[in-house]
Design a binder for this molecule. Structure first.
Ligand SMILES: NC(=O)C1=CN([C@@H]2O[C@H](COP(=O)(O)OP(=O)(O)OC[C@H]3O[C@@H](n4cnc5c(N)ncnc54)[C@H](OP(=O)(O)O)[C@@H]3O)[C@@H](O)[C@H]2O)[C@H](O)CC1
Ligand SMILES: [K+]
Length: 510
């Protein structure tokens, strides 16, 4: 699913009005009716106090329409107009009159702190103060109102965006925004919704298709995409009949050290379970017996050193090399990694201590082949690119790093983001059960395996992250978040392939 900028969405709005020959009022009615339907289906007529905070622009207009529809269906609604400006939009004004026809009262006006209503934790709040039109800091009293609503512990549904949140700046103490339980957004999610620092403001995300002009949406280029099943299906390469194991490549997994052999065992297993034709593991000597018994399908080569990697020599020509899991960052291992980089130019996946070594020895980065995939977790990423001010700054720095070194960076997190040049691919599978030891080792194996099967490295990263998360989602239903461990994910990657083309009873939401 494309993720549009807010300028593109505002344009889509205009194009839709022209091409569908509808008024902006009708488009607002359509969008707000869809939100009403959703809320109504959940509240099911419950007589709980609903307080709607409306701004004076079109987000406020949406709020007034939702309020009118709720009143018409017998809900207890109080609508407030937050008068932060005198520049009321036309559609706001029209719906201001219309709600009065139903409630027989004008909405209450809030002009300053003295007008703030009491909010109980039993209230149901609809936040329609600002949407994508927010373009400057909130006035002091409006910021106080946002904090007042947040303090209430009431259940909050934000319309289009949590009010106070800019599309391109993180909220913080000085820049308050509504902390919604649910955000119902129109047509396209906004990038900020997927950044970790915004999570506490967004709550659960729902994207509502309000029927904006399909042609405009299809034609308009974006550099951000959300990866759900429909996108993943397009990435899959069917296996051919009469295939031979050579058709799916030979992956070489290098890593491990005394006490950390399990990591490469997980990576190797995931590489095989994702479909690589052959896997060879290269580990310190101490890994030999463990690996032969935990992953009998893989071949094992060992270093001359007992406990850590010191000299990575092999007489084979792999299609892809994955380096780093459990390797440590000792002097010998660093030197061995350096030799490996200088002597081989095979496609590579670098994880964990591989990334830590690159962070310490920055000049090694230029030895990485183009399109190498790096899979850092936040700590590893910080060591690699330095501290960032906020999540937007992090993306800026990673894009710069990716462009400068021609690398693919997989920023692991609740929504893992794959960065290549200026393009972002935001994964929408996975769950908190996957925050478990070794989960990253499995991901490296999945990506390595896809590269070995001749997926382009970028596709392998995007598709691999999707499959890994999907496997976790399928397993969480069977065994709970708590019960899920990395070995389960490695063992069950096949389920995510099966799921790709399984017919859904209902189409997948976002
Ligand atoms: N795009 C769509 O598909 C649809 C969007 N809808 C809804 O409309 C809003 C966007 O509405 P808009 O009127 O453009 O903007 P807002 O309602 O978010 O904000 C209102 C105006 O407030 C002014 N502004 C901005 N920042 C501040 C501030 N800090 N303090 C005071 N005032 C501020 C600004 O106007 P100016 O001219 O004063 O700059 C805003 O325009 C969208 O989010 C949806 O909810 C449609 O209903 C359906 C289709
Ligand atoms: K809002």
């Amino acid at each position: 699913m494309k993720i549009f900028d807010i300028e593109q969405l505002a344009k889509a709005d205009k194009v839709t009005i022209e091409k569908q020959e509808i008024s902006s009022t009708e488009l607002m009615e359509r969008a707000a009716t869809l939100v009403f339907n959703d809320i109504h289906s959940k509240l099911n007529g419950a007589q709980i106090p609903i307080k709607i905070f409306c701004g004076i622009g079109n987000n406020g207009g949406d709020g007034l329409v939702i309020g009118r529809l709720l009143l018409e269906h017998g809900y207890q609604v109080i609508a407030y107009v937050v008068n932060y400006s005198n520049k009321r939009s036309q559609d706001f004004l029209l719906n201001y009159d219309r709600i009065k026809e139903v409630s027989n009262n004008w909405p209450s006006s809030i002009k300053g702190e003295d007008d703030f209503p009491e909010i109980s934790e039993k209230d149901f709040i609809i936040d329609a103060m600002f949407g994508i039109g927010l373009n400057r800091p909130l006035e002091d009293w409006v910021g106080k109102l946002v904090r007042h609503i947040n303090r209430s512990k009431a259940f909050i549904v934000a319309i289009d965006m949590p009010s106070g949140m800019f599309a391109d700046k993180m909220p913080n103490e000085k820049r308050p925004a509504i902390k919604a339980n649910v955000t119902i957004t129109f047509q396209s999610p906004k990038l900020i919704f997927f950044l970790p620092q915004a999570a506490e403001y967004i709550g659960d995300l729902q994207v509502i298709d309000i029927g904006l002009d399909r042609e405009y949406l299809a034609k308009t280029a974006v550099n951000k995409q959300l990866i759900n099943k429909p996108e993943a299906q397009l990435l899959y390469k069917p296996r051919i009949n009469f295939a031979h194991k050579g058709d799916y490549g030979h992956a070489l997994i290098i890593g491990g050290s005394y006490g950390k052999i399990g990591s490469i065992s997980l990576t190797a297993k995931a590489t095989l379970k994702t479909g690589a034709g052959m896997v060879t593991i290269f580990s310190p000597k101490c890994g030999y017996q463990i690996l032969q018994s935990t992953v009998p399908e893989a071949m094992v080569l060992t270093d001359e050193n007992e406990e850590t990697l010191s000299n990575i020599e092999f007489d084979l020509s792999p299609d892809v090399i994955c380096f780093g899991m459990g390797a440590g960052t000792s002097k010998e291992t660093t030197a061995a990694f350096k030799d490996l980089l200088i002597n081989t130019k095979k496609p590579m996946v670098i994880d964990a201590d591989g990334i830590n070594i690159l962070s310490k020895e920055k000049e090694l980065i230029k030895e990485l082949p183009e399109n190498t995939v790096l899979t850092p977790h936040p700590g590893e990423l910080e060591r690699l690119i330095g501290k960032w001010k906020d999540d937007f700054d992090k993306l800026y720095k990673v894009k710069k790093f990716s462009k400068e070194h021609k690398l693919i960076v997989v920023i692991k997190g609740a929504h893992t983001i794959i960065v290549f040049n200026d393009d972002l691919y935001i994964n929408n599978t996975g769950n908190p059960g996957m925050a478990t030891a070794g989960s990253g080792d499995v991901l490296s194996g999945v990506i390595t395996s896809l590269i070995s099967q001749k997926y382009e490295p970028l596709i392998a990263a995007v598709f691999g992250v999707y499959l890994h998360g999907k496997t976790g989602d399928i397993l969480a239903e069977e065994m709970s978040y708590e019960g899920l461990i990395a070995g389960d994910i490695a063992d069950n990657i096949g389920k995510s392939f099966l799921d790709l083309f399984k017919k859904e009873m209902q189409s997948e939401g976002n």
